[in-house]
Design a protein around this ligand. Structure first.
Ligand SMILES: Nc1ncnc2c1ncn2[C@@H]1O[C@H](COP(=O)(O)OP(=O)(O)OP(=O)(O)O)[C@@H](O)[C@H]1O
Length: 796
C-alpha cells in the first residue's frame, strides 16, 4: 500500500528522474501508470453521463451498499468529480494521456528524463484549455471545471472579457511558438501553398521557401522530369536518394510524394543547422567574445619588451668545427682495426667511418659466418690491442646489424654552444622545452624535449663536464623561453656552480616566500623547497581537474583561449624546472627526507609541468637508489671511473670508456647515444645572465607555495600575554575569510612570513584554527565574528 502511495505520488509530481528504479520496478511502475490512466480515462468519459446520478453518492464513499453509476463505481465517481468538476473540466483528459505516456516510457525502459518537459507542457496546456473552455463555454461550467470557471471569474473582475481573450490569445501564441516552432514564415508558406494548384507541394518550412518556389517553375507538365528536377535540386541531401526508385514507380500521384518528401528532409536539415548554432553559442560564447575583444591571453605581455639573448653572447670555440681528423689518421685506425680483428680470426667484409667531433665511429660488417657474440666477448681484447683511451665497442649497433668501434680523434674539436643553438634543428624545434645537448657521433645536433623526458639524471666523475652540461641545458632553455613561460628552482650545495644565475632571479627563478636568496645552497632549505614543490604540484593538479584537462599544455591553451576564469583561481602556469647540482651531498645529509618528495615529484609531476634535473658526481647505489632510478628514465653519463658506476647510471657499461671533457652517453630507455656535450664557458653564461638581468623584470622571483615544517606549530601552548600585537586583527582576517593560512595574514596585514607563521601558531593555541594539515589550509574553528568575540572575551 505504502509502495502504491509512493508511486502515485511520483506520477503526480513530474520528476520521475529523481527515482532510480531497477528494471523490474520500472516495468511494474510503467504498467501501474498505464492501468491508472485507463481507469481515469473511463472514469472521466463516464462522468459526463453519470455525474448527476452520482453526485449524491460522493458523501457516501465509505458506504459499501451505495453503488455509483460511473464505470469505475465510487472510485471513478470520486476521482472524476475531483478532476472534472472541481478541477479542470474537459482538460482533465490530459492527465490520463500524460500518465499513459509516462507509463509507456517506464514500461519500455526509455529515458524518462524527457518526461519532465512533457509533464510541464501538458499541465500548462491543461490549465490553458480549462481557462479557454471556461471563457468560451461560460454557461457550461462542466467543460472548463471549477478552475476554469473561477479563473475566468477572477480575471474578468480585473481585465474584462476582452482582456481574458487577449491573454488567452497571447498565451496560445507562446505555447505554439515554444512547442511547435510556430513562425510567421510557416503561416506565409501555408498560404502560398494554398495558392498553388492542389497537386503541388505544401511548403512547410522557411528555409525551403526558395527551393519550393523554384519547384513549381520547373513543373511544366506531368512529366517524370519533374522528379528529376526536384532531385537534382536537392542532390546534396543524401537520405533522399534511396527514395528515388520508390517515388518513380507511379506516375501522377508519385509527384506529390516525391516533392513532399524532400521537404520533410529539409525540415530535418534545418533542425540540424539550428542545433549546431545553439551548441556553438552555448559552449564558448563568453570565451569567444573575450578573445574577440581582447585577443588571446598573452602570458608574455607583462614583460612585452623582453629581448631574447642574441647569439653573439656565445663564443665560437674552435672556429673550424668541421672535420678534425685527417685521412692518414683514418687509414691508420682502419688498418689497426682490421689487423687486430684478424688476430682473433675475424674477417671484415666492409668497413665504414663516420667522423664525429670527438670520436670516429668505424662501422664493420663482419664476414659471413662470424658470430657477433664472438666479437662481443673479445671487446676488451680488441680495445687493448687498439691501445687507445675511450674505445667503445657496440656489438651490434641497434637496428643496423653492424658492429661499431668508436675511436677517439687525436684532436678532439670542441662543440660550441653557439653552433648548436644556431642550428636549424634547435631553432625550428617545436618542442615545449627544447634542449640542445651537443652533437652526435655523426655530427648532427642533438636536441631533446625535457617535457617528454620528463626528468633527467646526470652523473659522472668529477671534472668530466657535468656543470658544463647543466649550463648547456639551462642556456638552451634561456634561448628559447620567455621569462613568463619557465621558472627554475636551483639547488647548488657546492655554492659556486650556479651563483651566476642570481642575476636572472626576477626573470627566471622561483623561490620560497620567506627566503632571501633564490638559489638554494643550504641543505635544510632544500627539504622545504621540495615539499613546497609538492604542494605546488597538488595545487596544479587541482587546477587541471577543475579545468577538465589532462596536462599543462592543454591547460595553458585553454587559459590562453580565455576559457578559464582567473577569478576562480586559474592562472597561466609556467613550467618549473628543478635543478640540483650535487644530489649525493643532499641524500647523504637528509636521506629519506629528500628522497621521498623527489620520488613523489618524479612520479607525478610530469603532467603539470614540473621537471627535475639532478646531477651527481657520486653515482653509487646509495645515491642513485632504485626509487630514483625508476623515476628518471632519461639519464646522462659523463665519464666515470668504473664499470659498476656506469651500470648504476645507465644499466649498461660504456661510461667508463668515455674520454671526458663533455663526452657523454645519453639514454632514454633502451638506446644509448654517444654525444659530445656542447661547451658553454662561465663567461658566456655570465654574459647571458647579465643581458637578461639588465632588462625589465617581474617585481619578485616566482613565489612557490608556502611550506611549514610538520613539527612547527603543533601542540604549542602560548601565553596570552605573549601574543603578537596583530593577533586580534589576524584572528578577524582568518575568521572572516574562513581560511587558516599564514600567507593570507601575510598579505592582508602586510607582515613577514616568520611573523605570520608565529601568529598562526598563537591562533592554533587559542583554538581559532586547527592543526597543520600539510598542503591544505588549516581548518578555522570559529564560525563567525560573534563567536570570536565571545572566545576572546572568555579568555580575558
Ligand atoms: N663539453 C665540453 N667540451 C669541452 N670541454 C669540456 C666540456 N665539458 C667540460 N669540459 C672541460 O672540463 C672541465 C670540467 O668541467 P666541469 O666543470 O663541467 O666538470 P664537473 O663534472 O662539473 O666537475 P665537478 O664535479 O668537479 O664540478 C671544464 O673546465 C672544461 O675545460
Amino acid at each position: 500500500m505504502a509502495k502504491k502511495r509512493r508511486k502515485s505520488k511520483a506520477s503526480s509530481t513530474p520528476k520521475p528522474n529523481r527515482f532510480v528504479l531497477s528494471k523490474k520496478n520500472k516495468i511494474i511502475f510503467g504498467c501501474f501508470l498505464i492501468v491508472l490512466s485507463i481507469a481515469l480515462f473511463f472514469s472521466f468519459i463516464s462522468f459526463y453521463f453519470t455525474w448527476q446520478a452520482d453526485q449524491s453518492l460522493l458523501t457516501e464513499f465509505r458506504d459499501r451498499n451505495a453503488e455509483a453509476k460511473n464505470l469505475l463505481n465510487k472510485f471513478g465517481a470520486a476521482v472524476s468529480h475531483f478532476f472534472m468538476y472541481k478541477g479542470f473540466g474537459l482538460a482533465s483528459f490530459v492527465l490520463p494521456v500524460l500518465m499513459a505516456i509516462s507509463g509507456l516510457y517506464f514500461f519500455l525502459g526509455l529515458q524518462y528524463k524527457n518526461l519532465i518537459g512533457k509533464w510541464i507542457w501538458g499541465l500548462i496546456g491543461m490549465i490553458w484549455t480549462s481557462i479557454a473552455l471556461g471563457f468560451f463555454a461560460f454557461e457550461q461550467p462542466l467543460l472548463g471545471g471549477l478552475i476554469g470557471f473561477e479563473m475566468n471569474d477572477f480575471l474578468q473582475d480585473y481585465v474584462g472579457k476582452i482582456g481574458i481573450f487577449l491573454i488567452l490569445l497571447f498565451t496560445l501564441v507562446v505555447i505554439l511558438v515554444q512547442l511547435f516552432n510556430f513562425s510567421p514564415e510557416a503561416i506565409g508558406n501555408y498560404f502560398r501553398a494554398m495558392d498553388l494548384p492542389k497537386r503541388k507541394p505544401k511548403p512547410a518550412n522557411n528555409a525551403v521557401t526558395s527551393n519550393v518556389e523554384d519547384t513549381p517553375l520547373s513543373i511544366s507538365d506531368e512529366d517524370t522530369e519533374i522528379n528529376l528536377d526536384t532531385y537534382t535540386h536537392k542532390e546534396d541531401i543524401p537520405p533522399l536518394e534511396p527514395e528515388v526508385p520508390e517515388a518513380s514507380t507511379t506516375n501522377t500521384s508519385d509527384m506529390d510524394i516525391t516533392i513532399a518528401q524532400p521537404e520533410e528532409e529539409e525540415e530535418d536539415v534545418n533542425l540540424q543547422v539550428e542545433a549546431a548554432t545553439v551548441e556553438k553559442e552555448e559552449t564558448s560564447s563568453t570565451a569567444e567574445q573575450l578573445v574577440k575583444d581582447f585577443g588571446e591571453f598573452d602570458p608574455t605581455l607583462e614583460l612585452g619588451n623582453y629581448k631574447f639573448p642574441p647569439l653573439d653572447l656565445l663564443e665560437q670555440h674552435g672556429a673550424n668545427t668541421g672535420i678534425t681528423i685527417n685521412q692518414e689518421e683514418l687509414e691508420e685506425n682502419k688498418n689497426k682495426i682490421v689487423s687486430t680483428l684478424k688476430n682473433y680470426k675475424i674477417g671484415i667484409a666492409q668497413i665504414k667511418a663516420t667522423i664525429g667531433p670527438t670520436v670516429t665511429l668505424y662501422e664493420i660488417v663482419p664476414e659471413a659466418g662470424i658470430r657477433i657474440s664472438k666479437i662481443k666477448n673479445l671487446e676488451d681484447d680488441i680495445a687493448l690491442s687498439l691501445a687507445a683511451l675511450g674505445i667503445r665497442i657496440i656489438a651490434p649497433i641497434p637496428g643496423k646489424g653492424t658492429i661499431g668501434i668508436e675511436v677517439p680523434n687525436k684532436n678532439a674539436s670542441v662543440v660550441s654552444m653557439r653552433s648548436v643553438i644556431a642550428s636549424s634543428k634547435f631553432q625550428k624545434a617545436e618542442m615545449q622545452l627544447p634542449i640542445a645537448f651537443g652533437k652526435t657521433i655523426s655530427n648532427e645536433t642533438f636536441v631533446v624535449d625535457l617535457a617528454k623526458m620528463p626528468h633527467m639524471l646526470m652523473a659522472g666523475a668529477t671534472g668530466q663536464g657535468k656543470s658544463v652540461g647543466l649550463n648547456a641545458v639551462i642556456t638552451s632553455l634561456l634561448y628559447k623561453k620567455h621569462p613568463a613561460e619557465i621558472k627554475f628552482v636551483l639547488v647548488d650545495p657546492k655554492k659556486v656552480e650556479l651563483t651566476l644565475y642570481n642575476k636572472i632571479e626576477r626573470h627566471f627563478l622561483a623561490k620560497l616566500p620567506d627566503s632571501e636568496e633564490a638559489i638554494i645552497t643550504d641543505n635544510s632549505k632544500v627539504i622545504s623547497t621540495l615539499n613546497s614543490l609538492c604542494i605546488e604540484m597538488d595545487n596544479r593538479y587541482e587546477l587541471l581537474k577543475t579545468a577538465m584537462v589532462r596536462n599543462i599544455k592543454e591547460y595553458n591553451t585553454k587559459f590562453k583561449a580565455r576559457k578559464l576564469n582567473p577569478n576562480e583561481g586559474h592562472k597561466y602556469l609556467p613550467y618549473i624546472i628543478l635543478v640540483i647540482d650535487e644530489f649525493a651531498d643532499l641524500i647523504m645529509t637528509a636521506g629519506k627526507e629528500v628522497e621521498t618528495p623527489i620520488a613523489r615529484l618524479a612520479q607525478l609531476a610530469r603532467a603539470i609541468g614540473i621537471h627535475l634535473i639532478i646531477a651527481t658526481q657520486r653515482p653509487s647505489v646509495n645515491v642513485i637508489t632504485g626509487i630514483i632510478k625508476a623515476n628518471f628514465p632519461a639519464r646522462i653519463a659523463f665519464r666515470v671511473t668504473s664499470k659498476i658506476d656506469s651500470r648504476t647510471i645507465l644499466d649498461a657499461q660504456g661510461a667508463d670508456q668515455l674520454i671526458g671533457r663533455g663526452d657523454m652517453l645519453y639514454t632514454q630507455g633502451n638506446d644509448v647515444t654517444r654525444i659530445q656535450c656542447a661547451f658553454v664557458d662561465t663567461p658566456e653564461v655570465s654574459k647571458i645572465t647579465e643581458f637578461i638581468g639588465s632588462q625589465r623584470a617581474f617585481p619578485d622571483a616566482h613565489l612557490l607555495p608556502e611550506y611549514v615544517g610538520e613539527d612547527s606549530g603543533t601542540g604549542i601552548d602560548i601565553d596570552v600575554s605573549d601574543r603578537d600585537s596583530k593577533f586580534r586583527e589576524a584572528a578577524e582576517v582568518i575568521v572572516i575569510a574562513q581560511q587558516g593560512s599564514a600567507s593570507l595574514i601575510q598579505r592582508k596585514l602586510k607582515l613577514g612570513y616568520n611573523r605570520a607563521g608565529r601568529i598562526i601558531d598563537q591562533l592554533e593555541a587559542a583554538g581559532i584554527v586547527g592543526p597543520f594539515e600539510g598542503s591544505k589550509a588549516r581548518q578555522v574553528l570559529v564560525p563567525d565574528m560573534v563567536a570570536l568575540d565571545q572566545l576572546l572575551e572568555n579568555e580575558s
